[in-house]
Design a protein around this ligand. Structure first.
Ligand SMILES: [Zn+2]
Length: 273
């Protein structure tokens, strides 16, 4: 994780904010940095294809397993969010905080525009013909905000961004398991569910490349994008993932799985330092 400047409130810190990102835009590898972002985020998205594996040989997962998968995904979003926040404090905290407000606002707005703000994401019984499509839409929007997180982290530094892509990629697996379980119960086969899970994560790749390109061209947007990613990730966990999984596997196990997953990401991020 990048180290904060010594005096965040000083003019020097502001200067540091604009010069710091440039230090990282020249990877030691011969690979072009934008291509590196594209490939890392594409691998993360492809990992969603592993999501349907727990469904092999069965039509239905126990509800408690869906809850654990949701809690695991939640923890693997809170960990990256924490690391981003810690990195963001080294830049301009006020811009980061305003970015977080924007991130929360954008997530709420997209839900509101799609009419999905109160949709129960793990409805296992057949509720309506469009339910499967609505869940896919939510997953697609959800992955876009995670792409912002990868792109912003890449803007902080390519090694930090690569770590973020791995964490988000691992998180894509349990999230795809939940989506596949819902699709499976609506007649979608395993291979198709894997492809659809990867498809819903394509915005992750697009947003990672777009955000990285923007903060590389205009470093002043870096603290904003870090804050935006932090706000949207935490809001998604609190508004989308956790409310339903408390019902699925009980509060204690949900809290523990979420916290352990978050702690592992923060610990590994600290060790990778
Ligand atoms: Zn997620």
């Amino acid at each position: 994780m990048p180290r904060p400047p010594r005096n965040r409130s000083s003019r020097a810190a502001a200067d540091h904010a604009s010069s710091e990102p440039e230090r990282h835009y020249h990877p030691r590898t011969p690979l072009d940095s934008t291509l590196f972002v594209l490939l890392s985020s594409a691998v993360a998205a492809l990992m969603a294809g592993l999501g349907p594996l727990p469904l092999l040989g069965r039509d239905r997962l126990p509800t408690v397993a869906i809850g654990w998968a949701n809690a695991l995904a939640a923890g693997l979003m809170l960990g990256p969010a924490y690391l981003l926040m810690a990195a963001g404090l080294a830049y301009l905290p006020t811009s980061g905080a305003l970015g977080a407000v924007l991130g929360i606002g954008f997530v709420w707005l997209t839900h509101h525009a799609a009419g999905t703000e109160d949709l129960d994401l793990n409805q296992r019984e057949r509720v309506s013909d469009v339910y499967g499509y609505q869940v896919m839409l939510i997953n697609t929007l959800h992955s876009a905000w995670e792409g912002v997180a990868i792109g912003a982290a890449m803007g902080v530094g390519l090694p930090f961004g690569a770590f973020m892509a791995v964490a988000i990629g691992v998180h894509n697996v349990p999230e795809a398991t939940v989506l596949s379980a819902i699709l499976r119960e609506r007649g979608v086969r395993g291979g198709q569910a894997a492809m659809l899970s990867i498809a819903t994560d394509v915005p992750q790749v697009l947003m990672a490349v777009v955000v990285f390109s923007v903060v590389r061209a205009a470093p002043a947007f870096l603290p904003w994008s870090i804050g935006f990613a932090f706000g949207s990730l935490v809001y998604l966990v609190l508004a989308e993932l956790l409310p339903q999984c408390y019902r699925q596997a009980g509060r204690t196990s949900m809290a523990l799985v979420t916290l352990v997953a978050m702690g592992m990401v923060v610990l590994l991020g600290g060790l990778a330092g």
